[in-house]
Design a protein around this ligand. Structure first.
Ligand code: SAH
Length: 213
């Protein structure tokens, strides 16, 4: 696959549209300007890669809408070298955006086929700071905890305890919570036992499911 001038032009237009929709974090916008989203899609959907819409990937999953990726990433306030845990690797696009921002990314996926395919793909793309694991994200990824930031890209019925525990003090967790429609929650760990929580709008995600398959 190639990243042509045409793709770069479409990507620039997409980034401008994200700015108009309220995304202001320059580092998020810069990452979305460099990562070729069409590489993360089946060729049948490649033409739609730079429309601001969610699209199907394998195993009945979806790659999130670019605005949602930008919005969640902005809420995370990612800094270079941050250790970030992502739940729901999917196509690997969100992980690649975090990687392009210089974060050390640990991403978990519960579907083995998707995990295998995306791990190979991210390696072939040269993302050395993105590490993929085949896991049920309900349990987080305790071996590398605590994390500066945690992001869930599937809608959870409630916030998994393990994710709260694996957050550093001062760390930020961004997670969509709810059944059909989710509230985007931004949770900050204030101390060993205290967390603050705010709702940042309604979104629709594929469900956060228990177990692996
Ligand atoms: N971040 C992805 C979005 C994929 S959709 C991207 O950029 O493409 C959400 C993903 O979460 C799906 O791949 C789904 O299989 C996965 N998922 C759902 N529940 C999970 C869980 N408990 N643990 C790990 N992954 C999960």
């Amino acid at each position: 696959m190639q990243d042509t001038y045409r793709h770069k032009g479409l990507r620039r237009k997409l980034v401008e549209s994200l700015q108009r929709k309220g995304i202001t974090d320059e580092r998020v916008l810069a990452a979305m300007d460099v990562v070729p989203r069409h590489f993360f899609l089946d060729s049948a959907f490649a033409d739609l890669a730079y429309q601001d819409q969610a699209l199907p990937i394998e195993c009945e999953q979806t790659i999130s809408q670019p605005y949602t990726v930008a919005f969640q990433t902005q809420l995370l306030e990612v800094k270079k070298r941050d250790k970030v845990l992502e739940i729901g690797t999917g196509s690997g696009y969100q992980a690649a955006i975090l990687g392009a921002m210089g974060a050390r990314v640990f991403t978990v996926e519960r579907q083995e086929n998707l995990f295998n395919k995306t791990r190979k793909f991210l390696t072939s793309m040269g993302f050395k700071n993105v590490h993929c694991y085949f896991r049920d994200g309900t349990n987080g990824l305790p071996e590398f905890a605590p994390y500066d930031k945690i992001i869930a890209t599937a809608g959870a019925a409630k916030v998994p305890e393990a994710l709260l525990r694996q957050l550093k003090i001062g760390g930020i967790l961004v997670i969509p919570v709810g059944k059909k429609l989710q509230k985007m929650k931004r949770i900050i760990r204030k101390s060993e036992t205290e967390y603050s929580e705010e709702n940042r709008g309604d979104f629709r995600f594929v469900p956060f499911l228990k177990g692996t398959q």
